[in-house]
Design a protein. Structure first.
Length: 99
């Protein structure tokens, strides 16, 4: 199961500290944004903004807000640390998704 789903399920438990996500990834699923196929202008806007978010550090703050801090409506935290894969990807952003 995707790690984000596991962390979300744990956060919804009465005692989330009684659970832990363990082990290595069984698969790595590339995630990407969907854009109109032939809209180069939109792609340029998205690429530029994603690079800005990453290099300005705002992407890390957004990640912490949604995955490591209490969020509405229940005020529960997923307590999901950033994976090394995402952290490394943000060091060298790319617009291609590996096979």
């Amino acid at each position: 199961m995707d790690d984000v789903l596991l962390f979300a399920m744990i956060s919804d438990r009465l005692d989330p500290k009684a659970f832990k996500v363990v082990g290595k990834f069984l698969t790595i699923e590339p995630l990407a944004m969907i854009l109109p196929k032939d809209d180069r202008e939109m792609k340029q806007i998205v690429d530029t903004e994603m690079k800005r978010l990453i290099f300005d550090g705002e992407a890390y703050k957004l990640y912490q807000h949604w995955f490591e801090q209490p969020i509405p409506p229940k005020g529960r935290s997923m307590s999901m640390p950033m994976s090394y894969l995402l952290r490394d990807f943000w060091r060298f952003p790319s617009d291609s998704v590996p096979d």
